[in-house]
Design a protein around this ligand. Structure first.
Ligand SMILES: [Zn+2]
Length: 480
Protein backbone atom coordinates (compact mmCIF):
# COMPACT_ATOMS: atom_id res chain seq x y z
CA UNK A 1 0.00 0.00 0.00
CA UNK A 2 1.05 3.58 -0.63
CA UNK A 3 -0.06 6.09 1.96
CA UNK A 4 0.50 9.79 2.36
CA UNK A 5 2.54 10.40 5.48
CA UNK A 6 1.94 13.76 7.17
CA UNK A 7 5.27 13.41 8.99
CA UNK A 8 7.27 13.44 5.74
CA UNK A 9 4.73 15.14 3.44
CA UNK A 10 5.12 12.38 0.91
CA UNK A 11 3.20 9.42 -0.35
CA UNK A 12 5.27 6.44 0.72
CA UNK A 13 5.17 2.69 0.60
CA UNK A 14 3.55 1.53 3.81
CA UNK A 15 5.98 -0.43 5.97
CA UNK A 16 5.70 -1.92 9.42
CA UNK A 17 8.18 -2.62 12.19
CA UNK A 18 7.22 -6.30 12.23
CA UNK A 19 6.43 -7.62 8.74
CA UNK A 20 2.76 -8.48 8.30
CA UNK A 21 1.70 -6.86 11.54
CA UNK A 22 0.32 -3.32 11.97
CA UNK A 23 0.35 -1.58 15.32
CA UNK A 24 -2.26 1.13 14.78
CA UNK A 25 -3.38 3.88 17.11
CA UNK A 26 -6.38 6.18 16.80
CA UNK A 27 -7.07 9.25 18.91
CA UNK A 28 -10.51 8.62 20.33
CA UNK A 29 -13.31 11.01 21.26
CA UNK A 30 -13.52 13.34 24.23
CA UNK A 31 -16.78 12.08 25.67
CA UNK A 32 -18.47 15.25 26.89
CA UNK A 33 -21.01 15.60 24.09
CA UNK A 34 -22.49 13.76 21.11
CA UNK A 35 -20.07 13.24 18.26
CA UNK A 36 -20.35 15.65 15.37
CA UNK A 37 -20.57 13.98 11.96
CA UNK A 38 -17.42 15.92 11.03
CA UNK A 39 -15.49 14.01 13.69
CA UNK A 40 -17.16 10.82 12.61
CA UNK A 41 -15.76 11.36 9.13
CA UNK A 42 -12.30 10.70 10.62
CA UNK A 43 -13.50 7.51 12.28
CA UNK A 44 -15.13 6.32 9.06
CA UNK A 45 -11.94 6.86 7.05
CA UNK A 46 -9.78 5.24 9.74
CA UNK A 47 -12.18 2.30 9.75
CA UNK A 48 -11.79 1.94 5.98
CA UNK A 49 -8.01 2.11 6.39
CA UNK A 50 -8.02 -0.61 9.05
CA UNK A 51 -10.31 -2.81 6.95
CA UNK A 52 -8.19 -2.24 3.86
CA UNK A 53 -5.04 -3.30 5.76
CA UNK A 54 -6.78 -6.48 6.90
CA UNK A 55 -8.06 -7.03 3.34
CA UNK A 56 -4.47 -6.71 2.14
CA UNK A 57 -3.47 -9.47 4.55
CA UNK A 58 -2.07 -7.59 7.54
CA UNK A 59 -2.68 -8.61 11.09
CA UNK A 60 -3.84 -5.34 12.67
CA UNK A 61 -3.84 -4.37 16.34
CA UNK A 62 -5.84 -1.18 16.61
CA UNK A 63 -5.94 0.77 19.84
CA UNK A 64 -8.09 3.77 20.72
CA UNK A 65 -8.33 5.95 23.80
CA UNK A 66 -11.46 7.50 25.24
CA UNK A 67 -10.68 10.93 26.68
CA UNK A 68 -12.60 11.12 29.92
CA UNK A 69 -10.19 13.39 31.78
CA UNK A 70 -7.73 16.18 31.12
CA UNK A 71 -8.87 17.69 27.84
CA UNK A 72 -9.30 21.43 28.17
CA UNK A 73 -11.35 23.43 25.72
CA UNK A 74 -8.20 24.70 24.05
CA UNK A 75 -5.86 21.97 22.88
CA UNK A 76 -3.01 24.02 24.36
CA UNK A 77 -3.83 23.34 28.01
CA UNK A 78 -5.95 26.43 28.54
CA UNK A 79 -9.64 27.11 28.89
CA UNK A 80 -12.29 25.03 30.57
CA UNK A 81 -12.17 21.34 31.32
CA UNK A 82 -14.37 19.74 28.66
CA UNK A 83 -15.62 16.90 30.84
CA UNK A 84 -16.44 19.22 33.73
CA UNK A 85 -18.22 21.53 31.35
CA UNK A 86 -20.40 18.64 30.14
CA UNK A 87 -21.13 17.52 33.69
CA UNK A 88 -22.15 21.03 34.76
CA UNK A 89 -24.32 21.50 31.70
CA UNK A 90 -26.26 18.34 32.43
CA UNK A 91 -26.05 18.39 36.18
CA UNK A 92 -24.43 14.96 36.29
CA UNK A 93 -21.15 13.57 37.55
CA UNK A 94 -18.17 13.51 35.23
CA UNK A 95 -18.21 9.68 35.21
CA UNK A 96 -21.92 9.63 34.29
CA UNK A 97 -21.22 12.00 31.43
CA UNK A 98 -18.30 9.86 30.27
CA UNK A 99 -20.38 6.67 30.35
CA UNK A 100 -23.35 8.22 28.58
CA UNK A 101 -21.38 9.79 25.74
CA UNK A 102 -19.05 6.81 25.33
CA UNK A 103 -22.12 4.64 24.75
CA UNK A 104 -23.58 7.26 22.42
CA UNK A 105 -20.33 7.33 20.44
CA UNK A 106 -20.31 3.57 19.94
CA UNK A 107 -24.00 3.62 18.99
CA UNK A 108 -23.14 6.09 16.26
CA UNK A 109 -20.21 3.92 15.18
CA UNK A 110 -22.43 0.86 14.98
CA UNK A 111 -24.93 2.71 12.79
CA UNK A 112 -22.10 3.82 10.52
CA UNK A 113 -20.65 0.27 10.35
CA UNK A 114 -17.47 1.43 12.09
CA UNK A 115 -15.78 -1.54 13.73
CA UNK A 116 -14.84 -1.16 17.39
CA UNK A 117 -11.01 -1.12 17.69
CA UNK A 118 -9.33 -4.17 19.22
CA UNK A 119 -8.53 -2.17 22.35
CA UNK A 120 -10.61 0.73 23.65
CA UNK A 121 -9.10 2.31 26.74
CA UNK A 122 -10.59 5.17 28.78
CA UNK A 123 -7.83 7.57 29.84
CA UNK A 124 -8.77 7.27 33.50
CA UNK A 125 -7.77 3.59 33.43
CA UNK A 126 -4.04 4.09 32.78
CA UNK A 127 -2.93 6.62 35.39
CA UNK A 128 0.02 4.42 36.45
CA UNK A 129 1.35 4.41 32.87
CA UNK A 130 1.34 8.21 32.70
CA UNK A 131 3.04 8.52 36.09
CA UNK A 132 5.74 6.07 34.96
CA UNK A 133 6.44 8.07 31.79
CA UNK A 134 6.32 11.47 33.51
CA UNK A 135 8.62 10.27 36.31
CA UNK A 136 11.26 9.25 33.81
CA UNK A 137 10.88 12.52 31.89
CA UNK A 138 11.41 14.44 35.13
CA UNK A 139 14.42 12.27 36.07
CA UNK A 140 16.05 12.72 32.67
CA UNK A 141 15.50 16.46 32.60
CA UNK A 142 12.84 16.54 29.88
CA UNK A 143 10.23 17.74 32.33
CA UNK A 144 10.17 20.25 35.17
CA UNK A 145 7.92 21.27 38.02
CA UNK A 146 6.55 24.78 38.15
CA UNK A 147 3.68 26.22 40.10
CA UNK A 148 2.63 22.74 41.18
CA UNK A 149 2.30 21.35 37.65
CA UNK A 150 4.69 19.17 35.67
CA UNK A 151 5.63 20.56 32.25
CA UNK A 152 7.40 19.06 29.27
CA UNK A 153 10.44 21.17 28.37
CA UNK A 154 10.31 21.63 24.60
CA UNK A 155 13.71 23.39 24.58
CA UNK A 156 15.38 20.05 25.41
CA UNK A 157 14.49 18.71 21.97
CA UNK A 158 16.67 19.07 18.92
CA UNK A 159 13.50 19.37 16.98
CA UNK A 160 10.05 20.08 18.33
CA UNK A 161 8.16 18.20 15.71
CA UNK A 162 5.54 20.33 14.01
CA UNK A 163 4.50 18.37 10.91
CA UNK A 164 5.97 21.24 8.87
CA UNK A 165 2.46 22.50 8.12
CA UNK A 166 2.70 24.88 10.99
CA UNK A 167 4.66 28.07 11.01
CA UNK A 168 5.49 30.19 14.02
CA UNK A 169 2.10 31.90 13.89
CA UNK A 170 0.30 28.58 14.16
CA UNK A 171 2.48 27.62 17.07
CA UNK A 172 1.38 30.73 18.89
CA UNK A 173 -2.28 29.79 18.56
CA UNK A 174 -2.45 28.34 22.03
CA UNK A 175 -1.06 31.51 23.47
CA UNK A 176 -3.22 33.77 21.37
CA UNK A 177 -6.49 31.98 21.92
CA UNK A 178 -5.87 30.86 25.45
CA UNK A 179 -8.04 32.24 28.13
CA UNK A 180 -4.97 33.08 30.15
CA UNK A 181 -1.26 32.72 29.66
CA UNK A 182 0.48 30.19 31.79
CA UNK A 183 3.37 32.03 33.43
CA UNK A 184 4.84 28.76 34.72
CA UNK A 185 5.94 27.73 31.24
CA UNK A 186 9.60 28.27 30.44
CA UNK A 187 9.02 28.10 26.69
CA UNK A 188 5.87 28.83 24.79
CA UNK A 189 5.68 25.27 23.37
CA UNK A 190 5.99 23.59 26.77
CA UNK A 191 2.90 21.70 27.79
CA UNK A 192 1.42 20.18 30.92
CA UNK A 193 2.04 16.52 31.67
CA UNK A 194 0.43 16.55 35.11
CA UNK A 195 -1.78 19.14 36.76
CA UNK A 196 -1.92 19.51 40.51
CA UNK A 197 -2.85 23.15 40.60
CA UNK A 198 -6.17 22.95 38.89
CA UNK A 199 -7.94 26.19 38.30
CA UNK A 200 -11.13 24.17 38.62
CA UNK A 201 -11.79 23.85 42.29
CA UNK A 202 -14.41 21.22 41.70
CA UNK A 203 -12.18 19.05 39.50
CA UNK A 204 -13.81 15.70 40.14
CA UNK A 205 -11.19 13.20 39.12
CA UNK A 206 -7.89 13.28 40.96
CA UNK A 207 -5.16 10.79 41.66
CA UNK A 208 -2.16 10.66 43.92
CA UNK A 209 1.19 11.16 42.22
CA UNK A 210 4.80 11.91 43.14
CA UNK A 211 3.99 15.58 42.45
CA UNK A 212 0.81 15.75 44.50
CA UNK A 213 -2.84 14.95 43.96
CA UNK A 214 -3.93 15.88 40.47
CA UNK A 215 -4.73 14.61 37.00
CA UNK A 216 -2.91 14.02 33.69
CA UNK A 217 -2.71 16.41 30.77
CA UNK A 218 -4.47 15.38 27.59
CA UNK A 219 -1.45 14.57 25.41
CA UNK A 220 0.18 12.09 27.78
CA UNK A 221 -2.79 9.73 27.65
CA UNK A 222 -2.27 8.78 24.01
CA UNK A 223 1.44 8.05 24.54
CA UNK A 224 0.71 6.00 27.67
CA UNK A 225 -2.16 4.02 26.18
CA UNK A 226 -0.37 3.38 22.91
CA UNK A 227 2.82 2.16 24.60
CA UNK A 228 0.82 -0.11 26.87
CA UNK A 229 -1.10 -1.85 24.09
CA UNK A 230 0.92 -1.25 20.91
CA UNK A 231 4.38 -1.53 22.44
CA UNK A 232 7.37 0.75 21.94
CA UNK A 233 7.10 0.82 18.15
CA UNK A 234 3.92 2.16 16.66
CA UNK A 235 3.46 1.77 12.88
CA UNK A 236 0.55 4.03 12.16
CA UNK A 237 -0.99 6.87 14.12
CA UNK A 238 -4.36 8.26 13.00
CA UNK A 239 -6.45 11.26 13.84
CA UNK A 240 -8.29 14.25 12.50
CA UNK A 241 -6.08 16.94 10.97
CA UNK A 242 -6.99 19.24 13.86
CA UNK A 243 -5.13 16.81 16.17
CA UNK A 244 -1.84 17.29 14.31
CA UNK A 245 -0.87 20.32 16.33
CA UNK A 246 -0.31 20.56 19.20
CA UNK A 247 -1.67 17.15 20.24
CA UNK A 248 0.33 14.86 17.95
CA UNK A 249 3.41 17.06 18.07
CA UNK A 250 3.37 16.77 21.84
CA UNK A 251 2.74 13.03 21.74
CA UNK A 252 5.87 12.62 19.63
CA UNK A 253 7.94 14.90 21.85
CA UNK A 254 7.17 13.08 25.08
CA UNK A 255 7.16 9.54 23.61
CA UNK A 256 10.53 9.83 21.89
CA UNK A 257 12.11 11.56 24.89
CA UNK A 258 10.84 8.75 27.08
CA UNK A 259 11.75 5.88 24.77
CA UNK A 260 15.05 7.24 23.51
CA UNK A 261 14.28 6.09 19.95
CA UNK A 262 11.88 7.01 17.13
CA UNK A 263 8.31 6.10 18.02
CA UNK A 264 5.91 6.26 15.08
CA UNK A 265 7.06 6.85 11.49
CA UNK A 266 3.66 7.02 9.77
CA UNK A 267 0.94 9.63 10.44
CA UNK A 268 -2.50 9.57 8.85
CA UNK A 269 -4.64 12.70 9.16
CA UNK A 270 -8.21 13.01 7.92
CA UNK A 271 -9.25 16.46 6.76
CA UNK A 272 -12.27 18.48 7.81
CA UNK A 273 -15.90 18.29 6.97
CA UNK A 274 -16.92 21.87 6.30
CA UNK A 275 -20.06 23.71 5.45
CA UNK A 276 -19.88 25.90 2.34
CA UNK A 277 -18.94 28.87 4.54
CA UNK A 278 -15.83 27.29 6.08
CA UNK A 279 -15.08 25.08 9.03
CA UNK A 280 -18.06 23.33 10.47
CA UNK A 281 -18.39 24.50 14.00
CA UNK A 282 -20.29 22.90 16.81
CA UNK A 283 -21.39 26.23 18.10
CA UNK A 284 -23.19 27.68 15.11
CA UNK A 285 -26.25 26.39 13.31
CA UNK A 286 -27.53 22.86 13.64
CA UNK A 287 -25.37 20.48 15.61
CA UNK A 288 -25.00 17.67 13.12
CA UNK A 289 -25.21 14.24 14.70
CA UNK A 290 -26.10 10.79 13.48
CA UNK A 291 -29.37 11.07 15.41
CA UNK A 292 -30.24 14.25 13.56
CA UNK A 293 -29.61 12.50 10.23
CA UNK A 294 -31.92 9.71 11.32
CA UNK A 295 -34.59 12.16 12.47
CA UNK A 296 -34.48 13.68 9.02
CA UNK A 297 -35.05 10.27 7.48
CA UNK A 298 -31.53 9.41 6.33
CA UNK A 299 -29.94 6.02 6.66
CA UNK A 300 -26.66 6.74 8.52
CA UNK A 301 -24.92 4.62 5.89
CA UNK A 302 -25.86 7.25 3.31
CA UNK A 303 -23.49 9.53 5.22
CA UNK A 304 -20.79 6.86 5.13
CA UNK A 305 -21.32 6.59 1.38
CA UNK A 306 -21.06 10.38 1.12
CA UNK A 307 -17.69 10.27 2.92
CA UNK A 308 -16.37 7.42 0.79
CA UNK A 309 -17.01 9.35 -2.39
CA UNK A 310 -14.23 11.82 -1.64
CA UNK A 311 -10.60 11.53 -0.63
CA UNK A 312 -9.69 11.74 3.05
CA UNK A 313 -7.07 14.43 2.40
CA UNK A 314 -9.59 16.77 0.81
CA UNK A 315 -11.94 18.97 2.73
CA UNK A 316 -15.43 17.59 2.28
CA UNK A 317 -18.22 20.12 1.91
CA UNK A 318 -21.40 19.18 3.66
CA UNK A 319 -24.79 20.40 2.45
CA UNK A 320 -28.13 18.66 2.74
CA UNK A 321 -28.26 18.61 -1.04
CA UNK A 322 -24.92 16.79 -1.22
CA UNK A 323 -26.18 14.28 1.30
CA UNK A 324 -29.41 13.83 -0.68
CA UNK A 325 -27.38 13.03 -3.76
CA UNK A 326 -25.32 10.48 -1.87
CA UNK A 327 -28.46 8.94 -0.36
CA UNK A 328 -30.10 8.65 -3.78
CA UNK A 329 -26.97 7.10 -5.26
CA UNK A 330 -26.82 4.60 -2.40
CA UNK A 331 -30.49 3.62 -2.82
CA UNK A 332 -29.96 3.23 -6.53
CA UNK A 333 -26.91 1.06 -5.96
CA UNK A 334 -28.78 -1.18 -3.50
CA UNK A 335 -31.54 -1.67 -6.04
CA UNK A 336 -29.07 -2.62 -8.70
CA UNK A 337 -27.41 -5.13 -6.39
CA UNK A 338 -30.86 -6.43 -5.36
CA UNK A 339 -31.69 -7.04 -8.99
CA UNK A 340 -28.77 -9.48 -9.33
CA UNK A 341 -29.81 -13.11 -9.08
CA UNK A 342 -27.70 -15.12 -6.65
CA UNK A 343 -27.57 -18.18 -8.89
CA UNK A 344 -24.81 -20.08 -10.63
CA UNK A 345 -21.13 -20.58 -9.89
CA UNK A 346 -18.65 -17.84 -9.12
CA UNK A 347 -16.06 -17.41 -11.87
CA UNK A 348 -12.90 -17.50 -9.76
CA UNK A 349 -10.70 -16.00 -12.47
CA UNK A 350 -12.93 -12.94 -12.83
CA UNK A 351 -13.30 -12.68 -9.07
CA UNK A 352 -9.51 -12.73 -8.57
CA UNK A 353 -8.93 -10.17 -11.31
CA UNK A 354 -11.42 -7.71 -9.79
CA UNK A 355 -10.08 -8.24 -6.30
CA UNK A 356 -6.52 -7.56 -7.39
CA UNK A 357 -7.51 -4.40 -9.25
CA UNK A 358 -9.40 -3.15 -6.20
CA UNK A 359 -6.41 -3.87 -3.98
CA UNK A 360 -4.14 -1.84 -6.24
CA UNK A 361 -6.50 1.08 -6.79
CA UNK A 362 -7.64 1.56 -3.22
CA UNK A 363 -4.09 0.93 -2.00
CA UNK A 364 -3.06 4.14 -3.70
CA UNK A 365 -3.39 6.41 -0.66
CA UNK A 366 -6.73 4.95 0.36
CA UNK A 367 -8.54 6.02 -2.77
CA UNK A 368 -12.10 5.42 -1.61
CA UNK A 369 -13.71 7.13 -4.60
CA UNK A 370 -12.00 4.50 -6.78
CA UNK A 371 -13.46 1.89 -4.46
CA UNK A 372 -16.92 3.32 -5.11
CA UNK A 373 -16.26 3.26 -8.86
CA UNK A 374 -15.06 -0.33 -8.57
CA UNK A 375 -18.48 -1.41 -7.28
CA UNK A 376 -20.19 0.09 -10.33
CA UNK A 377 -17.60 -1.52 -12.60
CA UNK A 378 -18.38 -4.87 -11.00
CA UNK A 379 -22.07 -4.37 -11.74
CA UNK A 380 -21.22 -3.85 -15.41
CA UNK A 381 -18.74 -6.76 -15.60
CA UNK A 382 -19.17 -9.30 -18.35
CA UNK A 383 -19.85 -12.20 -16.04
CA UNK A 384 -22.75 -13.88 -14.29
CA UNK A 385 -24.66 -12.41 -11.36
CA UNK A 386 -23.21 -14.83 -8.82
CA UNK A 387 -19.70 -13.60 -9.65
CA UNK A 388 -20.79 -9.97 -9.50
CA UNK A 389 -22.33 -10.55 -6.08
CA UNK A 390 -19.17 -12.29 -4.86
CA UNK A 391 -16.99 -9.41 -6.09
CA UNK A 392 -19.25 -6.77 -4.53
CA UNK A 393 -19.33 -8.72 -1.27
CA UNK A 394 -15.54 -8.82 -1.30
CA UNK A 395 -15.24 -5.05 -1.86
CA UNK A 396 -17.74 -4.48 0.91
CA UNK A 397 -15.30 -6.01 3.39
CA UNK A 398 -13.48 -2.69 3.04
CA UNK A 399 -16.37 -0.36 2.24
CA UNK A 400 -18.76 -1.75 4.88
CA UNK A 401 -21.88 -0.45 3.18
CA UNK A 402 -23.95 -3.59 4.00
CA UNK A 403 -24.45 -3.98 0.25
CA UNK A 404 -25.27 -7.70 0.17
CA UNK A 405 -27.33 -7.69 3.35
CA UNK A 406 -29.46 -4.72 2.35
CA UNK A 407 -29.85 -5.97 -1.22
CA UNK A 408 -30.94 -9.39 0.05
CA UNK A 409 -33.46 -7.71 2.34
CA UNK A 410 -34.84 -5.70 -0.57
CA UNK A 411 -35.09 -8.83 -2.71
CA UNK A 412 -36.82 -10.67 0.10
CA UNK A 413 -39.21 -7.83 0.71
CA UNK A 414 -40.13 -7.57 -2.94
CA UNK A 415 -40.71 -11.32 -3.13
CA UNK A 416 -42.84 -11.32 0.00
CA UNK A 417 -44.88 -8.37 -1.12
CA UNK A 418 -45.68 -10.16 -4.34
CA UNK A 419 -46.32 -13.58 -2.89
CA UNK A 420 -48.08 -12.97 0.37
CA UNK A 421 -50.52 -10.37 -0.78
CA UNK A 422 -50.92 -9.61 2.90
CA UNK A 423 -47.90 -7.31 3.26
CA UNK A 424 -48.02 -3.58 3.67
CA UNK A 425 -47.44 -2.96 0.04
CA UNK A 426 -48.60 -5.42 -2.57
CA UNK A 427 -47.07 -5.46 -6.00
CA UNK A 428 -48.98 -7.15 -8.77
CA UNK A 429 -47.16 -7.70 -12.00
CA UNK A 430 -45.75 -10.42 -14.13
CA UNK A 431 -43.60 -11.99 -11.44
CA UNK A 432 -40.23 -10.48 -12.33
CA UNK A 433 -38.29 -9.88 -9.08
CA UNK A 434 -36.04 -7.32 -10.75
CA UNK A 435 -39.00 -5.16 -11.74
CA UNK A 436 -40.73 -5.83 -8.41
CA UNK A 437 -37.61 -4.59 -6.61
CA UNK A 438 -37.62 -1.39 -8.62
CA UNK A 439 -41.32 -0.79 -8.05
CA UNK A 440 -40.76 -1.32 -4.35
CA UNK A 441 -37.75 1.00 -4.38
CA UNK A 442 -39.92 3.66 -6.00
CA UNK A 443 -42.45 3.22 -3.22
CA UNK A 444 -39.72 3.38 -0.55
CA UNK A 445 -38.35 6.55 -2.13
CA UNK A 446 -41.79 8.15 -2.14
CA UNK A 447 -42.35 7.14 1.45
CA UNK A 448 -39.01 8.78 2.33
CA UNK A 449 -40.19 11.87 0.43
CA UNK A 450 -37.34 11.39 -2.01
CA UNK A 451 -39.51 12.29 -4.97
CA UNK A 452 -36.60 12.88 -7.30
CA UNK A 453 -35.49 9.29 -6.77
CA UNK A 454 -39.07 8.00 -7.14
CA UNK A 455 -39.45 9.86 -10.44
CA UNK A 456 -36.08 8.62 -11.61
CA UNK A 457 -37.09 5.02 -10.99
CA UNK A 458 -40.43 5.55 -12.73
CA UNK A 459 -38.61 6.96 -15.75
CA UNK A 460 -36.15 4.10 -15.71
CA UNK A 461 -39.02 1.62 -15.69
CA UNK A 462 -40.70 3.53 -18.48
CA UNK A 463 -37.56 3.20 -20.58
CA UNK A 464 -37.74 -0.55 -19.95
CA UNK A 465 -41.32 -0.49 -21.24
CA UNK A 466 -42.91 -0.92 -17.83
CA UNK A 467 -45.92 1.04 -16.75
CA UNK A 468 -46.60 1.34 -13.03
CA UNK A 469 -49.99 2.26 -11.64
CA UNK A 470 -50.55 3.04 -7.99
CA UNK A 471 -53.46 1.03 -6.64
CA UNK A 472 -54.95 0.79 -3.16
CA UNK A 473 -52.35 -0.80 -0.84
CA UNK A 474 -49.72 -1.25 -3.51
CA UNK A 475 -48.89 -0.98 -7.17
CA UNK A 476 -49.59 -2.83 -10.36
CA UNK A 477 -47.21 -2.97 -13.29
CA UNK A 478 -47.39 -4.25 -16.81
CA UNK A 479 -45.23 -4.39 -19.90
CA UNK A 480 -46.46 -2.05 -22.56
ZN1 LIG B 1 -4.35 11.39 20.84
Amino acid sequence: MYLYNSATHKKEEFKTHTPGRVEMYTCGPTVYHFAHIGNLRSYIMEDVLEKYLRFAGYDVNRVMNITDVGHLSSDADTGEDKMLKGAKRENKTVMDIAKFYTDAFFDDCRKLNIKTPDVVQPATGCIDEYIKIISKLVDTGYAYLAGGNVYFDSSKLERYYIFNDHDEDDLAVGVREGVEEDSNKRNKNDFVLWFTKSKFEDQALKWDSPWGVGYPGWHIECSGISMKYNGEYLDLHCGGVDNAFPHHTNEIAQSESYLGHPWCPQWFHVHHLNDPAGKMSKSKGEFLTVSLLEEKGYDPLAYRWFCLQSHYRKTLVFTWENLDNAAAAYTKLLNRVAALKPEGDVDQAVFGEYREKFLQQVGNDLNTSMAVTAVFDALKAKTNDATKLAVIGEFDKVLSMSLLEKAAALREKAAQAVQSGGGDYVITGEGDPEIDAKVLARYEAKKAKNFAEADRIRDELKRQGIEVTDVKGGAAWKRL
